[in-house]
Design a protein around this ligand. Structure first.
Ligand code: C2O
Ligand code: CU
Ligand code: CU
Length: 502
């Protein structure tokens, strides 16, 4: 891990030639087939819905983390991690108001944690770095779902190892439904017209095993993109309208998504829930941890490709021999969509209204500032024993987040919260800011002002995290802790796991 004296650099030499070769990951003019694209297209794997045991308003799921062999590439076996015997995890699906119990068993040979990204819940149940699950142990958090319908996800969070554990495949989706989302005329049949799309990237050795050596400053940024755990995936629709629930589950990669014919599609939901109305777009931008739901219409039997395109202006990261290659010019074919047979019913108009915007009153709100620089926030690296922010009231706050680097991208995620992006300054680069969110991208020099609404579970003994969700940055220390307490109380973390550091 990082020593306590962070190296200050804003410029570093990097061999640009590597970036030019990466561009070959897209079926390109050079005529070579990129890794993972040999042989016929494979059907998109749909993660199974997790078995739920329901009793009254209670629902219990079991997740078993373990090592498993996966067929990420068509011509090799890759030892990875996952849940319940598969690479990645099953999709958990709950309703607002349900009391959820998760039985998370660690069948790995090392400690991990599992965090419910986007869920508002007591800090003790959050699955952050303070809730380790030792090998062979079962952790059973319990909480009541009290938030609108949304596409959330779960992933590991052991401090210093989050990137590696997520990269190996400990990730899954976590859907919340509610009465409003039930009643909307949007595609909603899981795996049929409502399709989970987990985007990741990997690096492979020649024999198909994962290259999981962290590269200085870039961590585990991959050069092969996968969807739901495979390369070269295709989905043949049976309807003319499909909803894709897109998650950037990569550790470091930003995606500029589009369809091969440049068609317009509609965004219907952001990280933390539905938008007020569908928004037509031709590109969609995701950074690690972000989710977006889109609706796309298909003509009978047509074939279109969901692609990752190069970022315009390189997301304002300088392109010279000193700049790091964040992969912003890489292009990938991600998922081929094939339209349904001729004669399939034409869908009606999309609903004009989706969900009302939750009002956040930020008059006289508490304001805080978070300055991101290299691996630090406000000049400090993460310390599990330090409380950075104590919130002793139940109102929304205004958080200003600044990316002080001129040549590094970051993003920012807050646990137990959703926010509205009030404003963006310092950049013209495209980022997604609409709707209720829990993670926002920060190109170089960007300042965002966020109206943040927190779940109300005051408890002085347990901390929530905020951090850059580029997981190598987070692991290097780009994370802080906040504790929510009753008015007039102080935070007191008590015993802290891994107290002596790494
Ligand atoms: Cu995706 Cu701290 O979380
Ligand atoms: Cu989170
Ligand atoms: Cu960062």
């Amino acid at each position: 891990m990082m020593n306590s004296q962070p190296v200050r650099f804003t410029r570093r030499t990097f061999f640009r030639g590597a970036a030019v070769l990466f561009a070959g990951a897209f079926l390109s003019a050079c005529g070579t087939t990129p890794r993972g694209y040999h042989g016929p297209r494979r059907a998109l794997p749909i993660p199974p819905l997790a078995d739920a045991v329901r009793e009254g308003s209670g629902v219990t799921f079991r997740l078993d983390a373990g090592a498993v062999d996966a067929a990420i590439l068509p011509d090799a076996t890759t030892p990875v991690w996952g849940f319940n015997g598969a690479h990645l995890g099953p999709t958990l699906r709950v309703r607002r108001g349900e009391e959820v119990t998760l039985q998370v068993h660690n069948g790995l040979s090392e400690m991990t944690t599992i965090h419910w990204h986007g869920m508002k819940l007591p800090a003790e149940m959050d699955g952050g770095p303070h809730q380790p699950i030792e090998p062979g142990e079962t952790w059973a958090p319990r909480f009541t779902v009290d938030q609108p319908a949304a596409t959330l996800w779960y992933h590991p969070h052991p401090h210093g190892l989050t990137g590696l554990h997520a990269y190996r495949g400990l990730a899954g989706l976590f859907y919340v439904d509610d009465a409003l989302s039930d009643g909307l005329n949007l595609p909603g049949e899981y795996g049929v017209d409502d399709i989970p799309v987990i985007l990741m990237d990997h690096k492979f050795h020649e024999d198909g095993t994962l290259d999981d050596i962290e590269v200085p400053d870039l961590g585990l940024k991959g050069d092969v993109a996968t969807v739901n755990g495979i390369t070269n995936a295709g989905f043949t629709a049976t309807t003319r309208r499909v909803r894709l629930r897109l998650l950037d589950a990569s550790t470091m990669r930003f995606f500029n998504l589009r369809f091969s014919d440049g068609r317009t599609f509609h965004v219907v939901a952001s990280d933390s829930g539905l938008l007020p109305e569908p928004v037509p777009v031709e590109h969609l931008y995701l950074s690690p941890g972000e989710r977006t739901e889109i609706v796309v219409d298909l003509a009978p039997e047509e074939e279109i490709m969901l692609e990752a395109a190069a970022f315009p202006e390189n997301l304002e990261v300088p392109e010279d021999e000193y700049a790091l290659d964040f992969g912003l010019q890489d292009r990938f074919e991600l998922l081929q969509l094939t339209g349904p047979p001729e004669g399939t019913a034409v869908p009606g108009a999309l609903p004009a209204q989706l969900a009302p915007v939750p009002e956040l009153d930020v008059t006289d709100a508490v304001e805080r500032e978070f300055r991101l620089n290299t691996f630090e926030i406000n000049g400090e690296l993460m310390d599990m024993t330090r409380v950075d922010v104590t919130i002793d009231h139940d109102r929304p706050e205004v958080w200003t987040v600044v990316n002080e680097n001129s040549d590094w991208i970051h993003n920012f995620h807050i646990h137990n919260a959703f926010f509205h992006v009030l404003s963006v300054a310092g950049t013209q680069a495209p980022i997604w800011t609409q709707g209720p969110k829990d993670t926002v991208a920060l190109p170089p020099g960007t300042t965002v002002r966020l109206a943040v609404s927190f779940g109300q579970y005051p408890d002085p003994e347990w901390a929530y995290m905020y951090h850059c969700h580029m997981l190598f940055h987070e692991d290097q220390g780009m994370m802080g802790q906040f504790v929510m307490v009753e008015p007039g109380r102080e935070a007191d973390l008590g015993e802290v796991y891994g107290h002596t550091g790494h």
